[in-house]
Design a protein around this ligand. Structure first.
Ligand SMILES: NC(=O)c1ccc[n+]([C@@H]2O[C@H](COP(=O)([O-])OP(=O)(O)OC[C@H]3O[C@@H](n4cnc5c(N)ncnc54)[C@H](OP(=O)(O)O)[C@@H]3O)[C@@H](O)[C@H]2O)c1
Length: 375
């Protein structure tokens, strides 16, 4: 499968050499009549996501990018063909930045992205992460030998000589007080193994500490309508230092799409079943750390603010994009339709002042007491 290289905003024709059974969704409705032996097809729904600077990395990244955790694992059953289709849809929609980690399906997510990069000519920037393969996950584990080995594995999985961006993967807080860890990353940059590094953090305090290290160029942090605290001191400091910010868990694990209700069932292998109380990893990563019933009630209130013709997912993502400190939101997507829906957020007009104020009020009244002091 290969597509001719076109700009993300191209809307006319695109070279397409099939087979298309797996990628039918990515090829869009216009493709159907050309299905057999086609070389060209109309791209009716090519997205036009906007781009923002990723801090000092020099990359201009799609403000809606792609979170590749779910296609690796821990979200119930996933099908690689459908995941590839979702990835192709991402590129068709103009996404040029993908967030993954070595630990997502133990290389599965990284290998699918390598496959995508083989299939497509567009430039795709990949951010991966290292550290979570440590077992036990200790401060001492963040040493030169381990980090180098993790990086080598990611290079192999992603089939590249040099990684675009490596993020420490939510290390214990004490790691941010060990300059030697960042020294290891500096040496890996010097050795040509990675171009840039950053951190993925759980807490605002960790983010503030991390950006004291001069070569930390990006911070990935949970930021969504149910997690407002990063927008205060941290965003202010990050703007001052020109730090790239990846807003993760932007849909609160799907809650902010409005599709989850009290009857929703999750598979055993889905963290929305096995990690609700933080049994396996930080509780904040699952439903953004908000108690399920409280979150559902808040989602109902949020629903009344969503303009007609806009999905709640788009509305929640557009809210994130209202914050200029954010470089991109990285919604997870397992299916092309989800990716397409999410990308459309980039084309929406700004939210009104009254909608912004209503979301803050909702947060202050229902969510803040549960999460604000924790992360
Ligand atoms: N520690 C870390 O560094 C860390 C932790 C968490 C996440 N992340 C990164 O952040 C990314 C995003 O966070 P996340 O995946 O946890 O959560 P999320 O983006 O808040 O939610 C993603 C889930 O919501 C559902 N969804 C997405 N778009 C949808 C749409 N338009 N309509 C309906 N449902 C939709 C999908 O699940 P279903 O279809 O199954 O409902 C999807 O897997 C991850 O993929 C990963 O790259 C990093």
């Amino acid at each position: 499968m290969g597509f001719g290289g076109t700009e993300p905003s191209a809307s006319l024709e695109r070279l397409c050499d099939g087979p298309h059974d797996v990628y039918a969704d990515a090829c869009g409705p216009a493709h159907a009549s050309f299905k057999k032996g086609c070389q060209w097809h109309l791209v009716l729904d090519n997205g036009s996501v906007n781009y923002r600077s990723l801090g000092r990395t020099g990359y201009q990244v799609s403000e809606i990018s792609f979170g590749a955790w779910a296609i690796g694992g821990a979200w119930g059953t996933v099908d690689d063909a459908e995941s590839m289709s979702a990835l192709h849809q991402a590129v068709d929609s103009g996404i040029n930045f993908i967030d993954t980690a070595d630990v997502y399906g133990m290389g599965r997510s990284e290998r699918l992205i390598a496959q995508l990069k083989r299939d497509r000519k567009e430039e795709i920037v990949v951010a991966t992460k290292a550290g979570r393969r440590l077992s036990p996950h200790t401060v001492e584990g963040y040493n030169e030998a381990n980090l180098t080995a993790f990086i080598e594995d990611s290079l192999r999985n992603l089939e590249v000589d040099c990684l675009d961006l490596v993020q420490l993967h939510c290390p214990p807080t004490a790691v941010y007080y060990r300059p030697e860890v960042f020294g290891v990353l500096d040496r890996l940059v010097e050795a040509g193994k990675l171009r840039n590094y950053g951190v993925s953090v759980e807490k605002v305090e960790e983010a503030l500490k991390a950006i004291e290290f001069p070569n930390v160029k990006t911070v990935q942090i949970i930021f969504n309508c149910f997690r407002l605290r990063p927008s205060q001191l941290f965003f202010e400091q990050a703007l001052r230092k020109n730090i790239g910010i990846l807003a993760r868990v932007p849909l609160a694990s799907g809650l902010l799409t409005g599709k989850i209700n009290a009857e929703s069932q999750f598979e055993d292998g889905d963290h929305r079943k096995f990690n609700r109380q933080g049994e396996r990893f930080d509780q904040g990563e699952t439903f953004s750390g908000v108690d399920f019933e409280t979150a559902l009630a808040a989602v109902e209130e949020l629903r009344s603010l969503v303009p007609s013709g806009v999905s709640m997912a788009q509305f929640a993502l557009r809210w994130i994009l209202m914050h200029p400190a954010v470089s991109c939101a990285i919604p997870g997507g397992k299916r092309p339709s989800q990716v397409k829906d999410n990308c459309a957020a980039s084309e929406l007009p700004p939210l009104t002042d009254s909608a912004m104020a209503a979301i803050t009020k909702l947060y202050d009244e229902r969510i803040r007491p549960l999460v604000h002091q924790r992360w």
